[in-house]
Design a protein around this ligand. Structure first.
Ligand code: F0G
Length: 399
């Protein structure tokens, strides 16, 4: 099997061993291969394995992710997350990954590629989850991790996690988009390997969220897959995963993608409303800090994802996000605010008649409830009461 990097805009291609994230024409790159693995039955057999490479929900699909040759991947392992059924739909909980978010799926591939290329240091800009994931995988690989985060805009949980794994945090005075611009410049000037989702190997790993949820559903495609949309790496990855799954014959029907943005960080939604005639950049503000992004780098990949799946883009307000989060939390699952855009989006798209019951719908919950404890407490259905250590005080509190 052979793999190469292909530009989505012009016909140029490059070897996978070259350190590059963009084409000379400025187009984003994707990893392409001359053959896809034959059928999903081999994946089903691997899923029963308890150890080794097959125990990873990413590397179980390795022939469609990265040709490793004799190399062993830098794997925790990751993936193999649960699919919950609540409110008549499914929730694929990617917060059950080793560092608490879906980022681990892309990171295992990008850090494996970093080692393969001989990198000594890896970097990313992040709203907190990518940085935590990068720090963990870099620690495992023995690489130096440098993360660029918007100062004061990353939850305490994510920041402490990133530091605990041993990364150097550069808190940039500015928003995520400023941190993103800076890390791109710094990594090319300082020879540090960049692992934001602009990196095509991240996308290859994130495809397995979709492949694994199809596997969870016994390879019967759902009607809808719903995903939060920030920097748009995941939206782009989901489109690629679905196109490849259908081309390889793993599914017959093409599910529709619904990408949901926060109303205060909605450049992709605005572009969608104009049938993608223009690209928007906004100054982003939302309670869902994970997707507080105004100039998403994977814009073009995400357009391809929406077009090829007859998908839709919706926006939801912070109030709608927190109401949806309260319901997901109170159902005993829980997620961070960005993930709750999915359920908020489903409710909105149902009201608009775009989605109908009883369609099969899978919302992807991208991050764990404990990623943002401030938000969890703020929207909590439960309450806390400080009492004296007496039975009378207990009775009074419960009355
Ligand atoms: N949900 C969570 C929990 C996230 O952390 C992110 C992105 C998204 C959704 C959006 O995914 O960017 O692929 O559209 N977090 C990045 C980070 C930006 O740095 O952790 P996307």
């Amino acid at each position: 099997m052979s793999e190469w990097l292909a530009c989505a805009q012009c016909s140029k291609s490059f070897p996978v061993t070259e350190v590059r994230y963009e084409c000379d024409c400025g187009g984003l790159l994707s990893v392409e291969r001359d053959a896809m693995p034959a059928g999903p039955s081999a994946f089903d057999e691997r899923r029963s394995k308890r150890s080794g490479i097959d125990a990873s929900g990413v590397w179980r699909f390795r022939e469609g992710v990265l040709d490793l040759g004799l190399m062993k991947p830098i794997s925790h392992p990751e993936g193999d997350t649960r699919l919950y059924e609540r409110f008549g739909i499914h929730f694929k909980h990617e917060g059950e990954n080793p560092t608490g978010s879906f980022k681990d799926r892309g990171m295992t591939v990008a850090v494996t590629q970093a080692v393969r290329l001989g990198a000594r240091a890896v970097a990313c800009a992040s709203t907190g989850n990518t940085s935590a994931s990068l720090a963990a995988y870099a620690a495992q690989a023995g690489l130096q991790a440098v993360v660029f985060i918007p100062a004061g805009k990353v939850s305490a949980g994510k920041l402490s996690q990133t530091l605990a794994y041993g990364a150097t945090c550069l808190e940039v005075r500015g928003d995520f988009d400023a941190a993103m611009r800076l890390v791109r410049e710094a990594s090319s000037r300082l020879g540090i390997y960049l692992v934001n989702s602009i990196n095509p190997f991240r996308i290859e790993g994130q495809k397995t969220i979709v492949w694994e949820l199809l596997q969870d559903l016994a390879w019967t495609a759902p009607d809808w897959i719903v995903v939060p949309a920030g920097n748009l790496g995941n939206t782009g990855a989901f489109g690629k995963a679905l196109r490849e799954a259908q081309a390889a014959g793993w599914i017959r029907k093409m599910p529709r993608l619904a990408a949901i943005q926060a109303a205060g960080a909605n450049p992709f939604y605005q572009s969608y409303r104009e049938r993608f005639a223009s690209r928007f950049r906004v100054s982003a503000e939302t309670i869902a800090t994970a997707i507080r992004i105004g100039d998403p780098v994977s814009h073009d990949r995400a357009i391809a994802a929406i077009r090829s799946t007859n998908g839709v883009v919706e926006q939801v307000t912070d109030e709608e996000i927190m109401a949806a989060k309260r319901e997901i939390d109170a159902a005993g699952i829980g997620c961070e605010p960005a993930s709750a855009t999915t359920w908020a989006g489903v409710k909105k798209l149902r009201d608009a008649g775009v989605m109908r019951e009883p369609e099969t719908t899978v919302c992807v919950l991208t991050g764990h409830i404990l990623k943002d404890t401030e938000a969890a407490v703020r929207s909590a259905a439960g309450r806390t009461v400080v009492i004296e250590p007496t039975l009378a005080a207990v009775e009074a509190a419960l009355a």
